[in-house]
Design a protein around this ligand. Structure first.
Ligand code: GTP
Length: 474
């Protein structure tokens, strides 16, 4: 059985002809050679995935198989691989080709397994990386344009309730919001007693009693007067920052030394002027069941820690599970990742944009809380752009979020921390799944993470191979 890298290698060797004309066509490598029980379901899944990709291409493909054409039901796994190009067929014709595989699959229990790829249940038929990249570019361009065009300018939000939540070392206030954009319950985790929601404080009607207000968490009595005064005298956001799109001054990663020349450290921006804010997207897997496939759980905990340390700030918690595609689709994306696709491709293969989130609700929630200026805890450039887009919100700087496992301890010299991260990675002998996810975010999603991880070459020079040393392509 060829490994994944061999499959890809095959495409660049003479075993697969590559005249210029052919090189422009997507290639399908089809391997029906191995004989093993167990994963025929995955085989079908992989065919569907390949088909989906190819249908997006709407063109001809080159179809290769392992030389066992016509003998697809059973074969001797010792048979030498002889990849040969059978035909160029319109991608629509592939359905028939694939269906014939499916029929065999249904008939033969002992078909299919690609253990060599490092993922026991990975597809045995795969589309070449080059052609899949082309399909993905097309899908991506379309999805992104449509997605951005649909973004709502102004989202109306209303805080329905505010409750105090005790937290180690103090407390925060959880604010629950409804919006006119969706029917989800978005949240704001607010540290600092003085940060108040204008919509919560509004009266709900003449017959609203103090008890009603207390139950909603709105202020009453003398406190109500003070809060109302503060809200009425909020400074309007500066017109100057309207349409700001590039505000990416870095303040230095959390726990690392900050740059003394920056405005915040130099004292020109105070904690009150521009509190720390995190716009966090829901991640059931990372936050609730502690998945280490991503860094979401860590980021939430870390944001709470640093904001509490500073004494004032907000985490807007948006119910945009799975970068906006929902848990159902995210879990499907995870299965695609276990077949070797990264987090971006997995979304695209499911016909979703790489990132389906919008930040209109976050902008409105921050306005409701009286925060026109902030320091944003993020690595995500798109998030910064979208927050500033057509808005009066000013992101005075971003504060990077480096994963804690890259650090030896809190604080200290970044270089030392990074080398320690390498040391840990080497010691473990694997590249953590979350690190691979982070690398994809850095490489493909414009995240401002300087990947202090070893790059692919360096990693491989040390004798590690992603496909065999780790299980996923997150
Ligand atoms: N579709 C999909 N969503 C994921 C995956 N892993 C995490 N998520 C979701 O991604 C969202 C978090 O986005 P990230 O890209 O990790 O981080 P970010 O919020 O864009 O950027 P930062 O502000 O720098 O953290 C959450 O909604 C998670 O549920 C994945 O593999 N696929």
């Amino acid at each position: 059985m060829p490994s994944a890298s061999q499959l890809v290698d095959l495409e660049s060797t003479t075993a697969v002809p590559s005249t210029p004309a052919e090189a422009t066509l997507p290639k399908v490598l089809s391997d029906n050679q191995d004989v093993a029980p167990a994963s025929k379901g995955h085989f079908n899944a992989s065919l569907d995935m390949a088909l989906h990709l190819l249908e997006q291409q709407k063109g001809q493909v080159q179809f290769y198989n392992n030389g066992l054409d016509g003998d697809r039901g059973r074969s001797d796994s010792a048979t030498p691989i002889n990849w040969s190009r059978t035909t160029d067929i319109p991608s629509s014709g592939l359905r028939k080709e694939f269906d014939s595989y499916k029929n065999i699959d249904a008939a033969a229990d002992d078909l299919i397994l690609d253990a060599d790829r490092g993922y026991p249940d990975s597809p045995r038929t795969c589309v070449s990386r080059a052609s899949s990249a082309a399909a993905i570019d097309t899908a991506s361009a379309t999805n992104v344009v449509e997605h951005k065009a649909n973004e709502t300018d102004q989202v109306n939000v209303e805080c329905k309730v505010r409750a105090r939540i005790p937290y180690p070392g103090g407390h925060f206030y959880l604010h629950l919001y409804h919006t006119d954009e969706d029917d989800k319950e978005h949240l704001a985790i607010v540290f600092g007693d003085d940060i108040r929601s204008a919509t919560l404080e509004r009266s709900t009607g003449q017959d609203e009693t103090d008890m009603d207000r207390k139950i909603r968490g709105a202020s009453t009595g003398a406190m109500r007067k003070m809060v109302e005064y503060d809200i009425a005298h909020r400074k309007p956001a500066s017109e100057e920052v309207n349409n700001k799109t590039e505000v990416v001054e870095s303040i230095g990663p959390m726990g690392f030394d900050t740059d003394p020349s920056d405005q915040f450290v130099a004292g020109r921006i105070s904690v009150v002027d521009a509190p720390l804010v995190r716009i966090h997207s829901e991640c059931f897997t990372g936050e609730t069941v502690s998945s280490v496939r991503c860094d979401c759980g860590y980021q939430l905990a870390e944001a709470m820690r640093v904001i509490q340390q500073e004494g004032r700030g907000v985490i807007v918690y948006l119910r945009q599970e799975g970068r906006g595609i929902g848990l159902l689709e995210k879990l499907k994306a995870y299965n695609l990742q276990d077949m070797g696709h990264d987090t971006v491709d997995a979304n695209l293969l499911l016909n979703h944009p790489a990132d389906a989130r919008t930040y209109g609700s976050a902008r409105s929630i921050l306005a409701d809380l009286g925060i026109p200026k902030l320091r944003l805890l993020t690595n995500n450039t798109d998030k910064i752009r979208q927050l500033c887009h057509r808005s009066h919100l000013e992101v005075v700087c971003h504060v990077p979020m480096y994963p804690r496992w890259w650090s030896t301890s809190e604080g200290g010299d970044p270089a030392a921390q990074l080398s320690y991260a390498r040391h840990l990675a080497l010691k473990k002998g694997v590249m953590g799944e979350a690190d691979k996810y982070l690398r994809t975010k850095a490489e493909r999603m414009g995240h401002m993470l300087t990947m202090q991880l070893m790059d692919r070459d360096e990693w491989q020079n040390l004798g590690f191979h992603e496909d065999t040393d780790t299980k996923t392509g997150t």
